[in-house]
Design a protein. Structure first.
Length: 96
């Protein structure tokens, strides 16, 4: 997700903050950075699906989302390509 995607997230946050509870970006070219993930967290999502994504190297992002969102109840990363160290990082966050 490039600069245009980041702008979209900011616009989405301001438009839907407090209203949008579920976001499904499965099967999309979704490559957010940690700052862009903060925009997603601002939505106070209850459910986030990023299944079937090429998120290799984004374990930090997912761990950040899991550890900082007080609202997120479920995150679907099924069939998502994660490197082994990313998976370990996410698993460690879930254990906390």
């Amino acid at each position: 997700m490039g600069e245009q995607g980041a702008q979209m997230l900011v616009a989405t946050r301001s438009k839907w903050e407090g209203k949008l509870q579920r976001l499904d970006v499965s099967d999309n070219a979704f490559h957010p950075s940690v700052p862009q993930a903060r925009e997603l967290l601002g939505l106070r999502l209850l459910e986030l699906k990023i299944a079937r994504q090429c998120l290799a190297g984004h374990g930090q992002l997912i761990a950040h989302m899991l550890s900082t969102s007080r609202h997120l109840q479920s995150i679907d990363i099924s069939c998502t390509q994660l490197r082994e160290d990313d998976l370990e990082r996410v698993t460690a966050t879930l254990r906390k």
